[in-house]
Design a protein around this ligand. Structure first.
Ligand SMILES: NC(=O)N[C@@H](CC(=O)O)C(=O)O
Ligand SMILES: [Zn+2]
Ligand SMILES: [Zn+2]
Length: 345
């Protein structure tokens, strides 16, 4: 038996939802992670400081007794977002970041931004106060192939925004391409990226070969193998601009196993064990702590956690639950498709 003790990790991109789903999935994250950036794409979205405060209260109320977990709240950027409301919520410590969804790009993004010029005053305010912008980086133009949407977004939207807003700190969320990796590496400052666990494990074949597999469908959609390899190199290579954001995104099975299944992989339960497997396979177990527990806090200007998490490797494969039961129905846990020998408490 081998063990690996690292500082307690944080999840820099997490969907907790609300109500019965929140109560069911929150313990899965709080068991391993000390903090998480909470995505605001509820229906209706979390747009104002008051809404973030109320959502934070519902998360705290759903925490299991004794859990040591801090939700880091975000606001959902709309064309109506009030820069002063955001600045007040940020100054008070309630809100850590703002999330940009291009309208229609992903789950619950209908209220997102259509005209990027209309959010200029908010972005300028964010640069001024040092509030990071988390970006779902895909264009929604129907003429752009879904596998190209991240790369096109960088050229057409993200790079112009960054050039026009010096000092704006940006996190490219859940990057899925070598283009994303290269863009982050090309910037000298103010740019980081989260990488999910599942994008280190699957490529687009997993979704489509031998039948359509809805539990591997998420957005941005997994790309071809060369991109997965670039992500693995970025995540395990020790560059502090890359850090863990699981994008664990629960949907009940009924919403995924259907004629128009929604996007999102639920990985909160087994993420840390899967990451240990991936980092070990890349001969980089000593870099797991940086990716999962040090680089994110450094980007956000927060101290790393003082507590630790111990992972254990044994000779027999770990069994993870196939599903989490929620009051809304079962949610399938991400299946890496290979045996994993690492486990978490
Ligand atoms: N990643 C996903 O496929 N889905 C996320 C939304 C998002 O992060 O884009 C969700 O909210 O379900
Ligand atoms: Zn997204
Ligand atoms: Zn997400």
């Amino acid at each position: 038996m081998t063990t690996l003790t690292i500082r307690r990790p944080d999840d820099w991109h997490l969907h907790l939802r609300d109500g019965a789903m929140l109560r069911a999935v929150l313990p899965e994250t709080a068991r391993h992670f000390a903090r998480a950036i909470i995505m605001p794409n509820l229906v209706p979205p979390v747009v104002t400081g008051a809404e973030a405060m109320a959502y934070r209260g519902r998360i705290m109320a759903a925490l299991p007794d004794g859990a040591d977990f801090t939700p880091l709240m975000t606001l959902y950027l709309t064309e109506e977002t009030d820069p002063d409301d955001l600045a007040a919520a940020h100054a008070s410590g309630l809100v850590t970041a703002v999330k940009l969804y291009p309208a229609g790009a992903t789950t619950n993004s209908a209220s997102g931004v259509q005209d990027f010029d209309r959010v200029r005053p908010v972005l300028e305010k964010m640069a001024e106060i040092g509030c990071p912008l988390c970006v779902h980086g895909e264009v929604t133009d129907p003429d752009v192939d879904i596998f190209d949407r991240e790369a096109v977004f960088i050229d057409r939207v993200l790079d112009p925004i960054r050039r026009a807003t010096p000092g704006l700190r940006v996190v490219m969320e859940h990057i899925t391409t070598s283009d994303g990796v290269d863009y982050v590496r090309s910037a000298d400052r103010d740019l980081g990226a989260t990488i999910t666990t599942h994008h280190l494990i699957i490529n687009r074949n997993h979704i489509l070969v031998g039948g359509i597999r809805p539990h591997y469908y998420c957005l941005p959609v997994a790309k071809r193998e060369t991109h997965r390899l670039a992500l693995r190199k970025a995540a395990t290579g020790g560059d502090p601009r890359f850090f863990l954001g699981t994008d664990s995104a629960p949907h009940v099975d009924a919403a995924k196993e259907t004629g128009c299944g929604c996007a999102g992989c639920f990985t909160a339960t087994n993420t840390m064990a899967l990451l240990a497997h991936v980092f070990e396979a890349e001969n980089a177990l000593d870099r797991l702590e940086g990716f999962a527990a040090l680089n994110g806090p450094a980007f956000y200007g927060l101290p790393p956690n003082e507590t630790t998490l111990t992972l254990t490797k044994s000779d027999t494969p770990t069994t993870f639950p196939a599903k989490i039961e929620t009051g809304d129905g079962p949610v399938t846990v991400f299946d890496p498709g290979f045996p994993v020998y690492w486990s978490t408490p």
